[in-house]
Design a binder for this molecule. Structure first.
Ligand code: 5GP
Length: 242
């Protein structure tokens, strides 16, 4: 399998074609952005750590019979994935109130949400990813009603699998964002990444952030936090020889 032309360059990942039509290659870059790209940096080894955690979570989901695009790693920051037609929705599951939920609604930061709250944003940078509802999703023809139900159920199943694993590591899964796509057969499949850039993770004891909020809000050494949490999640201290 050979890496081909660049298909898409996002804010933190690049996607390449391969010589196999059903397979793509995703490169996790060291770029980090926040606030619609208003804050940017390049942090050595960040791509590799997010790739490692994503690969770990995708493997965990596959074991739980939840279909993902993950096929394997080519190098520590480069993943082989199934080709998907992506659905422009950000499916967010929240177990604890934080972030935009607290900003927009009268929740208290840290308030447990049981049952979890599922929120869907329309993925469109120019429109600042506005929150969307079922009626708008269906009116726009983004997915069918059955697919939308499947997406919601899958997101909640992912929440249970990730939440259980993280709880065992002393980490609270506050919230996370998933993206889904459809493969050639129309199977709804978890795509994109599941990493410190797309989740809120709090140390269960101290409540300390161990995710992109450290970067967003200058809460400390971002790479130190990413390294530590990746090691706790995957049990792999890893790293390139330094
Ligand atoms: P919030 O709506 O509070 O900003 O985000 C909720 C959760 O979804 C957080 O874990 C956040 O990191 C993730 N999230 C929301 N929007 C995006 C996005 O556009 N990109 C990424 N990588 N994560 C997002």
């Amino acid at each position: 399998m050979k890496k081909g032309e660049l298909l898409y360059r996002g804010k933190a990942k690049s996607v390449y074609r391969t010589d196999v039509p059903q397979e793509l290659v995703v490169e996790f870059r060291d770029d980090i952005t926040a606030f619609d790209g208003g804050k940017k940096a390049n942090l050595a080894e960040k791509g590799m750590l997010n790739a490692r955690v994503s690969a770990f979570f995708f493997t965990l989901l596959e074991k739980a019979k939840i279909r993902t695009h993950y096929l394997g790693m080519i190098d520590p920051a480069t993943m082989r994935v199934r080709t998907l037609t992506m659905i422009p929705l950000e499916v967010i599951v929240r177990n604890v109130a934080a972030g935009s939920l607290v900003k927009r609604y009268p929740f208290r930061e840290g308030q447990p949400l049981d049952p979890p709250i599922l929120v869907i944003d329309y993925k469109d940078d120019a429109r600042h990813d506005p929150m969307i509802n079922d009626e708008i999703i269906l009116a726009l023809g983004l997915v069918t009603a059955a697919e939308l139900q499947e997406i919601k159920q899958k997101a909640l199943s992912v929440n249970r699998v990730l939440g259980d694993h993280l709880q065992g590591k002393g980490i609270t899964l506050v919230d996370f964002k998933l993206e889904f796509g459809k493969d050639g057969l129309g199977n709804v499949t978890v795509g994109d990444e599941i990493s410190m850039d797309s989740m809120r993770l709090w140390d269960a004891r101290s409540g300390q952030s161990m995710d992109k909020d450290v970067y967003r809000f200058d809460k400390g050494d971002v790479m130190e936090a990413y390294r530590r949490v990746a090691e706790r999640i995957t049990g792999n201290a890893g790293g390139r020889s330094r």
